[in-house]
Design a protein around this ligand. Structure first.
Ligand code: ADP
Ligand code: MG
Length: 263
């Protein structure tokens, strides 16, 4: 938490009590169905500023859906989701603004295929944040440098490796100065030799104090970077604990079973 080159939001300040944590993301009794499928069941989750959560659980347990509700790529049936105290607006400009506070990196490198790497990173800051082009490009080059792909700035996405594209996707999300970053299995589509170059960037971000929710099967990353492991199964959060406690002493049979298959 000492360096703040990328994460330049001010330190947590909470009105009415210095020791009260600054809750940046809050899911409050969130329910979601896909037709008859009850995919999120009474999800309650608080993420404090600077915290790194790793979300694990069997395939189909609702991890991606939960992440997608946080920037309203999925609507919810009931409950409430707050970003830095503000409920997610239904639509329109207010939603776009709040969405800009939540950076997201997906499994597939969904860069704009017909734009250069540099344009991929500057597009949203110029359009949504109304940044001036020269400034946006200067910052984009800094971010690309930080993730190790500055020399690729004028290339098209298809000319980059998967690992490089995923690092560009991280730089692109950071260019919006989000309050929180969501990662949904960012390395699971990568060739094995590229996994670490992406995880290294994520570890660095975590150490800089970025607030992060990461769905990943990379347990080495979880142990190294997570403050808390959230274990989901069947649309429910079954356990939330420190990595040591979760990996060494899982409480539920579901978690024991899950860990026995992946470790
Ligand atoms: P996870 O990320 O943990 O693998 P998901 O959130 O992707 O789980 O999916 C949870 C459940 O919801 C799965 O059964 C999946 O098939 C279903 N699901 C996900 N997205 C949709 C959708 N758009 N329409 C219908 N069912 C969906
Ligand atoms: Mg998923």
């Amino acid at each position: 938490m000492t360096q703040t080159n990328v994460v330049d939001t001010p330190q947590a300040t909470v009105a009415g009590g210095a020791d009260k944590p600054h809750v940046l993301v809050e899911l409050d009794h969130v329910e979601k169905h896909f037709g008859a499928l009850h995919v999120l069941k009474d999800i309650n989750l608080k993420v404090n500023k600077g915290e790194v959560l790793v979300i694990v659980g069997p395939s189909g347990s609702g991890k991606s859906t939960m992440c997608r509700t946080i920037n309203r790529l999925e609507t919810i049936d009931s409950g409430d989701i707050r970003i830095d105290g503000q409920s997610l607006p239904q639509e329109g400009k207010a939603l776009a603004q709040l969405r800009a506070e939540v950076g997201m990196v997906f499994q597939s490198f969904n860069l704009f295929a017909n734009k250069t790497i540099l344009d991929n990173v500057t597009l949203a800051p110029i359009k949504v944040r109304k940044r001036n082009k020269v400034e946006a490009e200067r910052e984009a080059m800094d971010l690309l440098d930080r993730v190790g792909v500055a020399s690729q700035a004028n290339k098209m996405p298809s000319q980059l490796s998967g690992g490089q594209q995923q690092r560009v996707a991280i730089a692109r999300a950071l260019a919006m100065h989000p309050k929180v970053m969501l990662f949904d299995e960012p390395t699971s589509a990568l060739d094995p030799e590229m996994v670490n170059e992406v995880l290294d960037v994520m570890v660095e971000l975590a150490h800089e104090g970025m607030t992060m929710l990461c769905v990943t099967h990379e347990m080495g990353f979880a142990r190294k970077a997570a403050d808390r492991i959230v274990f989901m199964a069947d649309g429910q959060i079954l356990e939330q604990d420190t990595p040591d406690a979760f990996f060494e002493h899982p409480k539920t049979e579901r978690a024991k079973d899950f860990l026995s298959k992946i470790l």
